[in-house]
Design a protein around this ligand. Sequence first.
Ligand code: MG
Length: 261
Amino acid sequence: MSKIILKNERELNGMRDAGRVAANIRVAVAREIAPGVTTRALDLYARDLIEKAGARSAFINYPGPRGVPPFPSYTCISVNEEVVHGVAGDRKIQLGDIVSIDIGVVYRGFIGDNAMTVMVGVTDPKIIALVRTAEQALENAIAQAVAGNRLGDISHAVESTCKARGFTVVRDFVGHGVGRKMHEPPQIFNYGPPGKGPVLREGMTLAIEPMVNLGSHEVRTLSDGWTVVTRDRLPSVHVEHSVAVHEGGAEILTLAEEETR
Ligand code: MG
């Protein structure tokens, strides 16, 4: 495995700035999610905010695997059975939907990457529990992102939180190191034993992103080459923060101004 890049204080400041931009846009786009709004309208709204912030989307034109065109949207918007990498289009948000928005920006040479899942008038207690569990899994995982712990402690925190409530975690997609590039080493699995993997060190910056399913953990990719859906078409939740590892604990880099008050 290639080496995990440690960031010095100047680089961490760059990550803080980029994280703040990504988080503010995440919260602003979340506020626009409502019945009747298309995913394309949300994506274009995000595009305008990204531009206004002096940043650019880290997602658009991201190279695809062999034979797949580059990613066509500014954000990833994934509704209900869509897990991650949803492509913006004509799909209209409906009452009862859950909508995951993933915002990745490049700002002054650094990446901010974060996601949240918004419930649109959801009343089904199973789906509410699914969303809350994914959020709790992320919180528990972040609590493990402390210097001296091991990477597997983060993975295990996600898996054990979800398993305890009867939900499954996606195995085919992972979190990642983040910095000047969106995807740096290491890969961060959402499952696995604690106490394994590289030791976490001061200055590591990680994008931790639980993807949690109501039904089976199995996923497939649609014919657009990007949109990942659950195989059983049951709902899936995606939440993500970029964090910095410190001696005393993790620092969340992707909190919006209104979330820090
Ligand atoms: Mg990510």
